[in-house]
Design a protein around this ligand. Structure first.
Ligand code: ADP
Ligand code: GLC
Length: 470
């Protein structure tokens, strides 16, 4: 079995901003179930408790030029083995990446320390064959291996896999940041990090990793086009033989209407009756009138332009003119928050809004809504549509990335053109279907029967690791 060291900036249940955390938490556990030896290295952010954790590396001093960071590493056993890098001056802060809507200015240093700690662990605590690195925050791992660590015998046999969850975030820094990450211009150039006078960590990792995976087959193709390549499509086309699309799974131990501890009543494909109680409970949660005869649309999302809030804003008037109720849970961009608040003010009896991050309420929305709306501008994979399918909540999605790969006409509604008009047409089709109860139940049941469990996806990663380790 292959020893795999995952390096990531989020993992559920310890720290979560978005789907990356769900994936790292569930994939590491699923790979372990397949027999691999897996450990996840991540920062010990504020709020991650160390009760019962064991210190596995003490007083490690990591030098970057004149700056030194003292680190301790703790092992915490969850479903996977977590190696928590403790460095209070870098990680004990109110936010994971920054204060709301912003990034900490020293994020490159925070994740350089994470990468260097991962190598110290790989030397002395857990020797991996595969470094599995997620997004730009882990990109310094393949970059260091290709440059300053190239001749270190310990790592000669190590292979790197970069998983891209979102090409929209690349980690781009000015030249002054290079020495702060322990690099110089020559190393940066060897790693292929140059990017219009600055240095791009994800670009370096795309150039330096042995293999690249992308979280859905469609997104793997889309990032190789100028429309969705975020300036890296040329490079990605050059590396296209090294790229594989592997769809994310859904963690059905967390997301299952038969056992979910957060929802008002349990239900299943064979007995849908509990869903009505979940809908009542959800309307009540938002202080909306109990009107089961009106279709309820739910959204749970980062408030970000990626997620299609421009369309929602444009279509808002038309949308609430329909006979429906809308509930939204999200946090992020203030501008989107503003228009959503206006929408509530205009129709307090029809629109519910909760700004914040609330896992319990996310489950209630996925269970209690009739329709789940994801009008994303782009969506590398998307997890909420997978959860919704399992809960008999019919998704209305834009045909992009993983949404294209996981929703079809037997389970939901799709639109292609990124326009308010196209979105409204799909919403209206869904509303019409909702009024045809037998048709609607067929849609619900077809979605609930789909299997997007991690078993299948983890097996694909496993195959890839085996190929690389051979
Ligand atoms: P992304 O990673 O781009 O945000 P995904 O669909 O892959 O999108 O995953 C988002 C994850 O974060 C899901 O588990 C979703 O339920 C959760 N989530 C997003 N926003 C919130 C929120 N405001 N409160 C609770 N959970 C949220
Ligand atoms: C990113 C993407 C999302 C994907 C998640 C997990 O945050 O935006 O589409 O599901 O990562 O891979």
């Amino acid at each position: 079995m292959i020893p795999v060291l995952m390096v990531a900036s989020e993992a559920a249940p310890l720290a979560k901003v978005g789907g990356l955390a769900d994936v790292v938490g569930a994939l590491s556990a699923a790979l372990r179930e397949l027999g691999h030896e897996v450990a996840v290295v991540m920062p010990r952010y504020r709020g991650i408790a160390l009760d019962g954790a064991q210190r596995v590396y003490g007083n490690l001093d990591l030098w970057f030029g004149p700056a030194c960071y003292r680190v301790n590493v703790y092992l915490r056993e969850e479903r996977a083995r977590y190696l928590l890098v403790d460095c209070p001056e870098l990680y004990d802060r109110p936010g994971i990446y920054g204060p709301p809507g912003r990034d900490y200015e020293d994020n490159h240093v925070r994740y350089a320390v994470l990468a260097r700690a991962a190598f110290a662990l790989a030397r002395h605590v857990f020797r991996p064959r595969i470094f599995h690195c997620h997004d730009w925050q882990a990109s310094l791992v393949p970059i260091y291996l290709r440059t300053i660590l190239r001749y270190e015998p310990t790592f000669i046999a190590a292979r790197t896999v970069l998983t891209i969850h979102n090409l929209g975030y690349q980690g781009i820094y000015p030249p002054s940041a290079l020495p702060e990450m322990g690099l110089n211009e020559q190393a940066a150039s060897e790693a292929g990090m140059e990017f219009f006078g600055r240095y791009n960590l994800l670009k370096g990792a795309i150039s330096s990793s042995d293999r690249i995976t992308v979280v859905s087959p469609t997104y793997a193709r889309e990032i190789q086009t100028p429309e969705l390549g975020f300036g890296l499509d040329d490079l990605l086309r050059q590396r296209s033989h090294a790229i594989t699309g592997i769809l994310n799974g859904a963690d059905y131990s967390e997301w299952n209407p038969e056992t979910d501890p957060y929802i008002a009543a349990h239900y299943s494909r064979d007995d849908l009756s509990g869903k009505a109680a979940c809908k009542r409970d959800l309307l009540d949660e938002f202080g909306l009138p109990a009107q089961p005869e009106r279709p309820l649309i739910g959204m749970v999302s980062r408030l970000d332009s990626q997620k299609g809030f421009d369309l929602l804003r444009e279509a808002a008037g038309e949308l609430i003119a329909e006979d429906l109720t809308l509930v939204v849970l999200g946090t992020g961009n203030q501008e989107y928050e503003g228009f959503l608040r206006e929408l509530v003010a205009a129709r307090p009896d029809r629109v519910g809004l909760r700004i914040g991050f609330d896992i319990r309420l996310a489950h209630k929305i996925v269970a209690g809504a009739d329709i789940f709306l994801m009008p994303s501008r782009y969506e590398p994979c998307g997890l909420n549509q997978l959860y919704s399918l399992r809960y008999g909540t019919v998704p209305v999605v834009r045909s992009t990335g993983g949404l294209e790969d996981t929703v079809d006409e037997s389970t939901g509604f799709k639109f292609r053109e990124y326009s308010a008009w196209a979105m409204m047409e799909a919403v209206r089709a869904a509303l019409a279907a909702w009024r045809d109860r037998p048709r609607w139940e067929a849609l619900m049941r077809a979605g609930m029967a789909k299997d997007f469990s991690w078993k299948i996806s983890a097996a694909r990663y496993s195959e890839l690791f085996r190929e690389l380790a051979a």
